[in-house]
Design a protein. Structure first.
Length: 263
């Protein structure tokens, strides 16, 4: 009886090993770009079309019409931690196009991830197809605003008081995770600072550091604040950075808002 139990256990272990070995992994070697093309397996390409960092959307284009993907999960790229289950649906059965969608929790939007789709081949082979999903862009922004040496503090009784001129120094570090990306200043209240090395934006870069220094005359287009918003987008979503400095305190110019928002 004891011998039978050992035999059954050994058979079960061998069966499990055989089942595990029968699943072929197809890896994404194209990096964190929007489109990944696979040299073999049931999926010809995957396309990330996410507009928002919390809503992952990936299209899976089958190699042939008979190939199909049944379900998928999202994991962190490095540790392999489970992030979310992805719902797989048919988009166009004539061309074998599937869509995988998942809700990404807050703590994972700024982390590189991978979608792993379970798919079948033409002859019933089983595959795990991996698609790298970039983290939402990471923005590290240091900006200072100081009154110009020869500026005045203009006091008004019926409206806000303000500094007549100020100097801005900005260092903007961006990790876009992939070259399929762009950044731009989306709000400036009419004060153009050229935050991207003198330009209003930059595109097609993985990571970069941008510098800007500018003196602003606040007597022509009088403002109570310096309000600047930068937004970066890649295949996985958007990140917005907001900075607001008050110009209404005679003692100095103070940072009153500083936010990073993953959209």
């Amino acid at each position: 009886m004891k011998k039978t139990n050992v035999t059954v256990a050994l058979f079960a272990a061998l069966s499990a090993t055989s089942s595990f070995a029968s699943i072929t992994n197809i890896y994404d070697i194209d990096g964190y770009e929007r489109v990944t093309r696979y040299a073999n397996g049931p999926i010809a390409s995957s396309v990330i079309t996410s507009e928002l960092a919390h809503n992952l959307n990936v299209y899976l284009h089958s190699s042939t019409r008979t190939n199909g993907c049944n379900y998928a999960n999202v994991y962190t790229e490095i540790e392999g931690t489970f992030v979310a289950h992805a719902h797989v649906t048919d988009v166009d059965s004539r061309y074998g196009i599937k869509q995988a969608t998942a809700l990404i929790p807050d703590e994972y939007v700024a982390v590189n991830k991978r979608l792993v789709a379970s798919c079948d081949g033409e002859n019933g082979e089983q595959y795990n197809v991996h698609a790298k999903v970039p983290a939402a862009p990471i923005i590290d922004w240091n900006m200072t605003v100081e009154p110009e040496v020869d500026s005045e503090f203009v006091r008004q009784t019926n409206s806000y008081s303000y500094h007549s001129a100020y100097k801005v120094q900005s260092t903007l570090r961006v990790e876009n995770q992939s070259t399929d990306s762009y950044c731009q200043t989306v709000t400036d209240r009419g004060v153009y600072l050229g935050l991207f090395n003198g330009q209003g934006g930059a595109s097609k870069f993985n990571s970069n550091v941008f510098f800007a220094t500018k003196s602003v005359d606040n007597t022509q287009n009088t403002q109570p604040v310096v309000y600047q918003t930068v937004e970066c987008q890649n295949a996985a979503g958007r990140t917005k950075a907001v900075k607001v400095f008050s110009l209404t305190d005679s003692a100095g110019i103070e940072l009153i808002e500083d936010h990073i928002i993953y959209k």
